[in-house]
Structures are given as C-alpha cells and as structure tokens.
Design a protein around this ligand. Structure first.
Ligand SMILES: [Fe+2]
Length: 307
C-alpha cells in the first residue's frame, strides 16, 4: 500500500481532499453498513471465524485511540481501560486480549455504549486532525491513512460476518430489501470476465497489511458479472451444469475490481467440494513430497481430490 493511495483516490474536484474529510467518509461508511441491523444482530458470533458487528465497531475505534490519540495527545487517558483488552485483536505488543472465539459472549459493553465510544473517538480525532491540518507530519498522515485502510478491511469483514450471521437464521432475515427486489426500471447487463492465471496480493516494497501478502497466483475460470439494480451478481455454471448465483459480493478496491469469495470454514469447503461431485477430498496440513505437494505459505491450502 502506498502512503498516498487513499488520499489520491479520494481527491475531489478541486484536486484536494483533507485527512479530515477522508476520515469521516470512511467512518460513516462503517455506520451505513450497520444501519440495516437490529440491536440483536450486533451481538452474536455465529461461528469462531466471525466477529460480532459490535466488536468491529469497537475494534476500529480502538485502533485510532491506540495508534493516534494516545501517541499524539499528551496525557491522553483511554476512554475505558478495559476496552484495550476487549477490542485488541492480535497486536501482541500492545497487550493482552479477550479470546477471539469468545467475542460473542459479551453482552457488555452494550451496543449503545460502543456507539458512544465510537462517537467519542470521532470527536477526539476531529480535534486532532484539525490541529494537524496546517503542519501535519508525514508519520501522522501515514498513521491516519493506515487506520482508514484498517477500517475499510473491517468493512469487508463486517459484510461477510453479517452475511453469515443472518444466513444461519431459519427466519431468513434480509439485510437489505433493495437487494432482493425483482422489479427494476434499469435493464441488467452482463460483464464478461476472462479467466486464467491471475496474480493476487501486493507486490510493492512499502507498507502493506500482512493479509495483502505474499503475491501469489490463482486460477480463475471465465465468469460473468451481472449488473442489476446497481448491484453486481455473480452467475456461474459448474461442469455438471449446475447454475449458481452469488449475491452480496465483496470487492477489493471498489466495485468491479478484484472479487473475493470467502469460504468460512474447512467443513463448509469440504461440503462444497462434495456437492460439486469430488470424492476423496483431502486437505493436507503438511507438505506431501511423495505426491509432489509442496507450498511454503502457512495460509495456503493444499488440497487433493478425485472426480
Ligand atoms: Fe483489525
């Protein structure tokens, strides 16, 4: 990630956009994403890999408090000391943290309290950004941008987590009524995208988040995106003719850019492979040299199957 990427991308017609404007644009987007939720939706953790929306709201605020307010405001006192423990994710150097898999066990702080915390951080950041408007150092600007990119990462996670927590509910709650509307005065159109080997991940030498690296190759089949009602829908036909439709797509870098489809757990991945007609599906946890299976990165998945 280049230091000025966010700011460049968000330049207004006058060619400039302040950190303050970018800050509130990104922060309010998070709240817009949460707007369709009921209070109960904010609290539950539908599986270990999902975080409650309330936690995302707290964690992204904690990031600005820890890395900006504490650093740049002399004698800054944390809003609530315990929040450092509850909303730290995996920053070992910052301190201990509440276990990730137990985030959904906490009814306190309440949603209201977390929103109050969020508003407080916004106010303090507003003052800090104002005071740095004239003479902001590049370190400061970099940290603000880092915090905004971090919050945008959590916006993607929020959507996938909301999708999962609503999907397990037998009453089939709808996140946004507009997405299920069949009637549209705007005709839909297909955008064809050619498959092949493509490279994913950041290749530059400056800062990037750990999950943006390493750059690696993935195989993509040809696919089409249907743009309908202003929303993108992915339609796929499997080898055995099964038609699949995926809505609520998550894009990196804005709509129509790189598409990411997340699989939530090993068991759901295995289910998908079996459903697609594969057998003897094995996930190899270690390199299997006998069969020429080797991959050096821990986060990748080595998988073999027969058809
Ligand atoms: Fe985070």
């Amino acid at each position: 990630m280049q230091q000025s990427r966010l700011l460049d991308a968000k330049k207004n017609q006058n060619g400039s956009r302040t950190l303050l404007e970018s800050f509130f644009e990104v922060r309010s987007r998070t709240e817009e994403l949460c707007a369709p939720l009921e209070t109960e939706d904010f609290v539950i953790q539908s599986m270990d890999d999902v975080s409650p929306p309330k936690w995302h709201l707290g964690h992204t605020s904690w990031f600005f408090e820890t890395f900006l307010l504490t650093r740049y405001i002399p004698d800054y006192k944390p809003y609530e000391k315990l929040y450092g423990y509850l909303f730290n994710s995996y920053y070992e150097t910052i301190g201990d943290r509440w276990a990730r898999a137990n985030r959904g066990l906490l009814s306190r702080p309440t949603v209201k309290e977390v929103l109050r915390y969020r508003a407080y951080i916004n106010d303090r950041m507003h003052d800090l950004l104002k005071s740095f408007e004239q003479s902001r150092g590049s370190d400061f600007a970099f940290l603000v941008e880092l915090g905004l990119h971090h919050e945008q990462q959590h916006q993607e996670l929020l959507l996938t987590d909301i999708k999962h927590l609503l999907s397990i509910n037998p009453s089939k709650p709808v996140y946004s009524a507009a997405e299920t509307s069949e009637s549209s005065s705007v005709p839909s159109r297909f955008v064809g995208i050619q498959g092949g080997v493509c490279e994913v991940g950041y290749a530059g030498s400056d800062f990037s988040f750990d999950n943006e690296r390493p750059r690696h190759r993935v195989w993509l089949n040809d696919y089409q995106l249907q743009k309908s009602n202003g929303e993108y829908v992915l339609k796929n036909v499997t080898k055995n003719g099964l038609k699949q439709v995926f809505k609520n797509l998550v894009f990196h870098g804005g709509k129509g850019a790189t598409l990411e489809m997340r699989v939530f757990s090993e068991s759901s991945l295995m289910r998908e492979f079996q459903r697609a007609g594969f057998r003897n599906v094995t996930i190899h946890k270690t390199p299997n040299f006998e069969h020429g299976i080797y991959w050096q990165y821990e986060w990748s998945l080595i998988l073999s199957a027969r058809r």
